[in-house]
Write a protein that binds this ligand. Sequence first.
Ligand code: DX5
Ligand code: ZN
Length: 222
Amino acid sequence: MVELLPSILSADFARLADEVAAAERGGGTAIHVDIMDGHFVPNITIGPPVVKSLRKVTKLPLDCHLMIENADEFIPAFADAGANWVSVHYEACRHLHRSLELIAHHGMQPGVVINPATRVNLLVDILPMVHHVLIMSVNPGFGGQSFIPFALDKIRHLAELRREMGLAFRIEVDGGVAHDTVAQVVKAGADLLVAGNAVFGGGQPEQDARALLKAARDAAGE
Ligand code: DX5
Ligand code: ZN
C-alpha cells in the first residue's frame, strides 16, 4: 500500500498544528520531519523540542529524517521527544551499524538514507536491520527542488534487492515528489512518498495531499 508522508519543511511553522491536521485529513499517514544541523547540509531547521510539540498534536508516526553529524548523540533525545521512525544518512555515519542499533535500542524504527550520489549496493549488509530505506531524489537541505530522474533506477534496484533478499523494509522517496513525478516513483517500486512543497506549498494542504495520494494510488493500481 502506497502511503503519503507530508514533510513539514514547507509548512507554516507558526501554524504547525493546523498544517499537520490538514495534511492528515488529506490522507497523510505519517509526518515527515526534516532535522538539519547546518553542517551535514547547508540549512538549519528544528530539533527535539519541536518533535515533542508535534507529538502532542498528532497520533501519526513521526518520521524523523536526520540530516546531521554525530547522530548518535541526539538519538536518545529524539526518542524522549516521541519520534517513531528515525533515519540516518549513510554519508554522515561513521559507524552506521551502531547508529541503526542505537535507534532500535531506543524503541524506534531505524531507517537509512542515501544521497543521490550514493549507490544502493553499499547498503546490502545492513538491509536486514532497517524498517525503511530513504532514497533521496534531491540533494538534501531544501524543499521545492527538482526531482533527479536517476533516482528512479535506484528505487528499482532497491526493490529488486528487497525481493531477492526476501526482506520487507519499506522504500521511501524524498525530494521533488509532485504531480508530475509521483506516478513514475510509484511504478519504480516506492511505497512511502514524502512530499513537502506539493502538499504545503499551495496553501491548501488537505486538498493537495488528497489529490497527490490519489494520483499515487491510481499509478499503483490500488
Ligand atoms: C529535503 C528534505 C525533504 C523536503 C522535500 O532535504 O529532506 O523532506 O521537505 O521537499 P519537496 O517535497 O518540496 O521536494
Ligand atoms: Zn526529508
